[in-house]
Every structure is written in structure tokens, then in C-alpha cells.
Write a protein that binds this ligand. Sequence first.
Ligand code: TPP
Ligand code: SF4
Ligand code: SF4
Length: 722
Amino acid sequence: YFVYDSKKSGGLTVSHLRFGPKPIDAPFLIQRASFIGVHLFEFLESYDVLKQAEEGGVFLLNSPFSKDEVWDQLPAEVQETILAKHLKFYVIDALTVAHNAGMGNRINTVMQTAFFAISGVLPREEAIEHIKASIKKAYSKKGQEVVAKNWAAVDNSLAALHQVETEGRKVTGHHRKPLVSDEAPEFVKKVTAVMMAQRGDELPVSAIPDDGTWPSGTTRWEKRNIASEVPSWDPAKCIQCGKCVMVCPHGVIRSRLITNEDAAKAPESFKLAEAKGFVGYKDYKFSMQISVEDCTGCTLCVGVCPAKEKALTMVPQRPLREEGRKNWKFFLDLPDLGGDLKRTMVKNVQLLPPMFEFSGACAGCGETPYVKMVSQLFGDRAMIANATGCSSIYGGNLPTTPWCTNKDGRGPAWSNSLFEDNAEFGLGMRIAVDQKAEYARQLLTEAKDKIDPEVYEGLMAVEPATPENIAKKRALLDKLAEKVKGCDCTCARELESVMDALIPRSVWIIGGDGWAYDIGYGGLDHVLAQGKNVNVLVLDTEVYSNTGGQASKATPLGAVARFAAAGKSLPKKDLGMIAMSYGNIYVAQISVGANDAQALKAIEEAESYDGPSLIIAYSHCINHGINMADGLKHQKNAVECGQWPLYRFDPRLKAQGKPCLQVDYKGPKTPVADYLASENRFRQLQKINPEAAAKFAEESEAIAKERYERYLYLAAAPEDKQ
Ligand SMILES: Cc1ncc(C[n+]2csc(CCOP(=O)(O)OP(=O)(O)O)c2C)c(N)n1
Ligand code: SF4
Ligand code: SF4
């Protein structure tokens, strides 16, 4: 029986296992366990992990501390239980064993071996034999190299497993801290924290909001401490490009401009540099901060750093916690500067606070940087319809939510309806808020004589939703609110209830390719054809990621996925081209790893277009069978070989006599076969069916070429077409 949360990184799964000479079919929630294995040391600080341990049972802990050091690192509550229940206590540094075997952070094989070695479920030798056989069976498809690494990890695990002497030990440890800080809101302390501690069943129904709304911005209280290593910033080497901030999937690394006055108050360990290249901020300081307790250690930021000598390096997290906490708090309390800078440059946009932070997505997820960017640019006035999929899980899973507000208390309204109806759900948001705005304008006009003409004209004006215009409208709305407050007529109350809609809303419809290309496609097409001002963001992982990688119509030719075990036999559907055929839809295909400036431009253009827009974003994913730390390189390679074209189709260009399509990549420059060989989703087929793999590679090459020629033709001026 498995009890688990829905975090995709650092999540908690409690596997309740029973063993016997005959197969046991019935799942069972165990109350008294003779063996308890804890795979993450940090769990000791958050959960009562030994609650179910029975007298004399075995406790196995993955520990960065040796058998001689570990005792004093344990919380007092854990020490007390070990002594009171006379547990046999073992430690293993599984991460080091996995690293040494070339398996990165994957410790499952190591912990499984340790379990069989000490649990007594099977004789040790027999168990090891079975483990090795099962590794061969499970990983053969991934290649002999993966099998060999796992076998090496098994052998090394036994040598790294040690029993801790508990005889004569005293309770010396620290007491566990409350799960959330004392500064957390009451709801978080009384409800969220109880659920975080896996004790949600103890909450009375009355503790849960009864109207479907849920307090947001709560991931910030989790402080999951799941990374063993985090980036450390070197101000001297940093070129202040903001690329690391842009790609951080978890909103953990952030940049800020700081006045000299504020900088003088910074804690001693707070790193600063002179600000470089921010127009109008010459005499300011610049700082890059990492929330070490929220980092997942994915290393994408380090990988993307373009400085001659990397300005970010990974260092152990544990020693940095205390000072990191202080620095982060100081950083957050500083004013957000630079909001007036041009939003065409990545470095400027990365000064904007994200309104999507610390989600539980997989470490290094390729979807979340796009979601975060939308929140930075438009979050203060966004309404988001989210299709079911990874983005609805990391975006709105209980008990916490990463969607949050800025310092003014403004942030996106977010909801998830279903998988299949998301486009319609978002269209409904658009129509509803437009209706509200229309009604507000009607009421305003009826009361025109009583309102300051400047306020009336300003709020009635239809202008582009630039940050300046929005700020102007907000100031006028404040004046109107003041005026309306003083009136006691029903019309004033009515206006009060809808006037907020006079600030233009940015409606986003977000989901994965399974939704957009397949199951929600009919609705998506219908919504795009309505001509309404909605922005669709497709997070294209080329499979149904949330449910384990089923093939969708976005899956490329030759990729092995669930329901495409012999490699997908047909090419990816060109969703962008279908949308372009309407002529009045803004369409773009982007990849933050290949061209971040183009991605930013497309997102800005799509939002500014007063009509439907569709952005298809390359999102690398654990389902691609890649080292996630290299996710952005894979994105770049996909573009360079022509497998993932970059373009923007802007219907506004027609009025200027220009072709609407702009091709933003240089066509196939490297062999598609090399790209395919670098990802296990394609590589698998080379082992199962090399002939088919070669044929698909050849066809993919031809498709990439033809597609580029087709796009160039469409992008050419009429006089250049034959
Ligand atoms: C009608 C329906 N079918 C199936 C599901 C189960 N389901 C939930 S998420 C998901 C996959 C989503 O894939 P995708 O849209 O590609 O998004 P991703 O997870 O890749 O971000 C599926 C099949 C569902 N919720 N509703
Ligand atoms: S390691 Fe990953 S999560 Fe941590 S700051 Fe870098 S990109 Fe963000
Ligand atoms: S899209 Fe892929 S990497 Fe991102 S959370 Fe989903 S499964 Fe993980």
C-alpha cells in the first residue's frame, strides 16, 4: 500500500510492504513495522518517521553522516524512539554510493540493496542475486551501461552499510522545529502545516474553506531542503545576464537591483556587485540570491551561465542553511526595482518578481520556466485556466500552491477544471471578465456627471495594456474607489463589485500537449476560432508526462513512448501550422534553451495581440530519458538540427504589407540522427529495432529539411515567391 503526496521532486512516498513465503495480494496499511527505511535524512525534521516501528525493529537511514557522527545529528524525538523501542539502527551514505557508481542522485538501487541485506526477508546472497536479475530486466532497454552502473551500486552498497552502536547512548539531539515558521499566516499554521505533516486526516471538515478557494502562495512556507548541493554565486565573475534566473524551474535564484543605502544594511554574508548594463541604474548594486532551502539542486542555472568562468558553482547545502535563510529574508524585504526597464531584454525581465515559486515539479523541469515567465510579466492581472497535467499538479496540489502575489497583493487567479475542457474554461473566463468590464463601463457612464472627467475618460479609454498604462489605470481606479465609497446608492455598490474589471485582464490557457494536440484539441480549435483575446500556452513535452509518458500527436516520429512501443510511426502534428491557417491567430513556437530572447519576445507579442494567440513551448522532461541537468542543451540541439523549429506568426504584420511568418531559426545545421541518439526515448529503438530506428532517423532528417523550406517559402515576401 502506498501513501504519497503529489510532489514530483523531493516528494514523500511511504511504501507499506509485507513479505511472506506465498504471494500477498491484498494491500495493507501497516501499523507496526519490523523495518523502517528512511531515504532522505531531512524527513527526520518533518515527520514522525518511527511512529509505526515495533519493539526491536530495524531502522535504516540514508545519512550524509557516518556511523560515528550520525547520533548527534538526529532530532531528540528520533533518538528517544530508537532507545525506547530498542531499534537496530543502520546508516548508509546512499548518495555517495550512487554518485560513485555514476548514477547521479538515483539512490533507489542502493537503498533496496541495503534493505535486503539487513531486513532478513531473504538470505542476503539470494536477495542480491534477485536484485541483480531484476536490474537487468528493468534497465536492459536503457542500455548495458545503465545495468552495469546499477550492479556496481549494489556491490558498493554492502560495503557502505554500517550499524550504529546505540548501547549506552543518551538523548543529545535538538528538538524538531515547528514545520512552518512562526511568521506563517494562521491558516498555514493551523491547516496547511497539519497536511504537510501527513496528518491531514486529523483536520475537522470545518477547517477547510467551503467555497472552493484556497489560500495561495504557500509553497514558500515548506522549506523542503531537498537539495544536497545548491549554487553559490560569484559576483566578480557574473555578467548579470539573468539567464540563470530565467531558466530556474523553481523560482529559487533571483536577481535584484539595490540602492547603496539598502546595500549598506545587508547581512555580512550577503553578496553584492556593482550593477552593470541596467539603463538608469548606474549607481546601484546588484545581487543574486538563492533560496537554499527551496532549491532542488537541478543545476540548470549553473549549466546555462554563459560567463567565461562560471559565476555559479554547486556547493554543499547544509552548511549554508542558516546564513541562506537570513540573506533570503533580507533580499525579499527589499523593494522591487527595475520594473520600469524595457521588457524586451531577458536581464531586465528577470528583475520582476515571479508569482509562481517553489513548485513541486521534477527537479529541472522544462515546463515551469515558461509558466514562471508568464507570471513575471502578467501575473499581477492574469487569469489562468490550467488543463489537467503536470502543470495542474505542481500548480495546484494540496496542501500548498506555488501561485502567489507580488508585494502589492496582486497575483494570478488560477483554476483547473478538467483535462478536456480547458480551452473552453479559459474562454469562459475571458467572456465573463469582459462582460464585467462592459457592465462597469455602463455604470460609469450612467454616473458620468458625478465623476471627475479625468477618471472617467482614463478608465473608459481602450489602450494597449502596457505596464505604464496599467499603472495609470490603477491610480485612476483608486480615485474612483475613494469616490464610490462615499456614495450610499445601490449603483455605487454595484459599481464597486465590478469596477476591478476595468483593469485589462490577461487570460492564459495553459496545458500540455496531451491536452492541446489530443484530448482538448476540439475545444482548443473552437476557442481559437472565436477571435477572443486569449493566450494559449502549450507546454510541449511530446508525451502525456503526468501519467508516465503516453504518446500524443505531439510525439515525434520514431520516439518510443507508452502506446508507441515500436517507435511512433507517424510524424508530429504541426499544431502551429494548423492555427496559422486561420490567418488571424498569433502563433509562435519557442524554446528557452535555444533562444531565450525569442521566447520572451513571442510571449510579449502574443499577450499584446488583441485576439487569440497560441505559443508552443519545447519542454524537456524526465520522460525524454535524458540527464535533466542537460535539458537546455537538448532544447538547443533540437532546434539546431531542425527537429524543433522556432518561428513567430503575427497577423498584425499583414497590415504593414509584410509576411506574417518570421522564421527564427537557421534550419537544420546538425544531423537529426545525432540529436535522436542523445535521448533515450529515441535511442531505445536502436536496440530493439535498429533498422526501424535508422529509417525513422532518415525520414526525420527529410521532414526537418522540407519543413524549413516550407516555412521559408511562407515567410518570403510575395515578390520573392516563384
Ligand atoms: C478525460 C481525461 N482523461 C485522462 C485523464 C488522466 N490524465 C491526467 S493528466 C494526463 C496527462 C496530461 O498530459 P499532457 O496534457 O501532455 O500534460 P503534461 O502532463 O505533459 O504536462 C492524463 C492522461 C484525465 N484527467 N481526464
Ligand atoms: S539548482 Fe535548479 S532549483 Fe536550484 S537555483 Fe539552480 S536552477 Fe534553481
Ligand atoms: S513535465 Fe516532465 S519534468 Fe516537468 S514535472 Fe512533468 S514529468 Fe516532471
